[in-house]
Structure formats: C-alpha cells, structure tokens
Design a protein around this ligand. Structure first.
Ligand code: ATP
Length: 301
C-alpha cells in the first residue's frame, strides 16, 4: 500500500510546490499591484541608461476612455535629482508611478528615460532600471537572505550582507539564531512594518537601479521608526534619480523639486521655499498639515 501512496505523496509535494509558487507570484503581483496590459514592440531594443533622466512629455492618460486622469502632464526630472510628487488624494500621483513602470501606455504624449521612449524598449530592461520601495512590502515564505537577494538574480551572501547593513537590518539579522537563513513570513519570523520596509530597501539596494520610485510610508510606522527609515531611504536615494510619491509634506521638504499635482494637472513646481512663497496649493497643504500636527500634539498632552 505504501508503494501506492508514495507517488501520491510526490504528487502532493509537487502540488504544494506549485501552489507555493503561485502564492509567491500572487504576492509579487500585489507588490507591483497592477496587471500587465502592454506588450514589447517587435524587436524592441534594451533601454540603455547613461544619465538617468526622466521626462513626462505632455502625457494624457485615463484608465477608462471616458475619464481622463492625467491632462497633458509634463514633468522634467534631470538625472540625479531627488524629486517629490505631492497633491490631494486622487490627483494622479500613483498613476504616474504605474505609467513609469509601463503597466499602461499614455493615450498621448511620451515618457522618456535618458531620451528613450519607454514604449520602444523592452519591459524587462525598463523594469531592471527602476527600483521601487512600496508602502507595503510583500515577503516570501523563505529565508530573510532569499528575500533580500530577490532584488537580483545571482546575488551572493556578501552582497546581501552589504545591503542589509545599509538598510540598517544587520543588527536584527545578527540576533537571529539562523542569521540570514532564518525563515520569515507567515510561517516564520514575523517582522514589523518597519522591518519589512527595511527588507524592501535592502532588496532594492541589491538590485542597484539608477532610478528609484519611493512610495512614501504610511502611518503604519511610528514617527521614530519612520524618521529612521526616511534617513535610510535618503541615503539610498543619493547618487540616483529618485521620485517620491508623498502624502505627508514634512518628509519631502528637502527635495530638489516638488511637483504639485491637482486633478491630473501640474499646478505648481519648485523647491519647498519657492512653493511657500507662492502661497498657492502647496502652501495651503503645508499649513493644513502643520495645523493638524499641532492639534495632534495638543490632544496628546
Ligand atoms: P492618493 O493620494 O489617494 O493615493 P493619487 O494621487 O495617488 O491618490 P491615483 O491613485 O493616481 O491618485 O488615482 C487617480 C485617479 O485615478 C483616481 O480618481 C482614481 O479613482 C483613478 N484610478 C486609479 N486607479 C484606477 C484603476 N485601476 N482603474 C480606474 N481608475 C483608477
């Protein structure tokens, strides 16, 4: 009878392996959060980046044909700059990120990276050039080392350790009995929101992309952890082109350029000081957030 059951056991194992693979794929797509809708042009060349500049050139886009979300948006991001995109909820901030990753193509206008229209290059080369540190990082039910090395095929332990150190994860890993081999995720060590985000940062460091998209942390993190993570992120963003999608303004006040989006249009752009002087939408948002902060700290007293 055992002879009979052995193949079934095997089948069970194969099934579990496949199922786990599917779960991981699902997790990965959640990380990206969008289905693929576009295809490579036949014979498309790879994106070649010498200077990682990004240009949204008069981009018009809507998810549905009857509702335009971006109305001719132009954003010029020189190589090596740290920029931020802010604006009221629904203004189109995350949509810009999705277009940059080419989950969708603009209805009209172009998106150029280092002068190359992202529509004309392979998606593989495009996505290899872009790093994302999402709000909610998905971890695989694998070792913490695997989760970090996932940033790039063939990353070795030394590289993983270097990234973990830069993401300020090393003290934690050193305390774990199995170090990098410790299992994390649902069936392993549970990491806090901040620690998960550090894993995502380390993963991005292993990938070492010239362009970074930072989806700002949510209130899931306490202020102290958030400040620490922001400091790490800022260090990671140096020497790269980085685009922060920000909900709270206090975290991006030192950006080289802040783009203020309103209902899919560029309302204002400039440095924090420029925008405060303008006394427009940004200044209004800044004052509102400052007042909210004050209310919160009064309530806490
Ligand atoms: P928030 O600050 O609230 O995250 P946002 O500025 O990032 O907002 P987007 O997520 O870019 O805004 O959304 C812009 C508009 O596009 C919204 O009105 C939203 O309802 C719409 N939208 C977003 N995703 C989709 C989708 N997959 N299908 C249809 N409409 C969408």
């Amino acid at each position: 009878l055992t002879q009979l059951f052995r193949p079934l056991d095997m089948l069970g194992m194969v099934y579990r392996t496949i199922r786990q693979g599917l779960i991981d794929m699902a997790a990965m797509f959640k990380l990206i959060d969008e289905p693929e809708e576009v295809a490579d042009a036949p014979g498309a060349p790879a994106l070649i980046i010498r200077q990682p500049s990004v240009l949204f050139d008069n981009v018009v886009f809507g998810y549905d044909p009857d509702r335009t979300i971006l109305h001719g948006l132009t954003l010029e991001i020189p190589a090596g700059q740290q920029v931020a995109i802010v604006g009221p909820s629904g203004a189109g901030k995350s949509t810009i990120g999705r277009l940059l990753f080419r989950f969708y193509d603009p209805t009209s206008g172009r998106i150029l990276i280092d002068g190359q229209d992202i529509k004309t290059v392979t998606q593989r080369s495009l996505r290899a050039a872009l790093g994302i540190v999402p709000q909610d990082s998905v971890l695989f039910n694998e070792s913490i080392g695997y989760n970090i090395a996932y940033g790039r095929d063939g990353a070795g332990d030394a590289e993983v350790e270097k990234a973990a150190r830069a993401a300020a994860l090393w003290p934690l890993i050193q305390r774990l009995p199995k170090g990098l081999a410790t299992q994390v995720g649902e069936r392993g060590l549970k990491l806090s929101g901040g620690e998960k985000q550090r894993v995502a940062i380390a993963r991005t460091l292993v990938k070492n992309p010239p362009i970074l998209l930072l989806d700002e942390a949510t209130s899931a993190l306490d202020t102290r952890t958030e400040q620490d993570i922001l400091a790490t992120l800022h260090a990671v963003a140096e020497h790269r082109t980085s685009i922060s999608i920000a909900h709270r303004l206090s975290t991006i006040a030192d950006a080289d350029t802040i783009f203020v989006l309103d209902q899919g249009r560029l309302a204002e752009q400039g440095t924090h000081a420029d925008l405060l002087r303008r006394e427009g939408l940004y200044a209004e948002m800044w004052q509102r957030q400052a007042a909210e902060k004050e209310e919160l700290s009064e309530a806490a007293e």
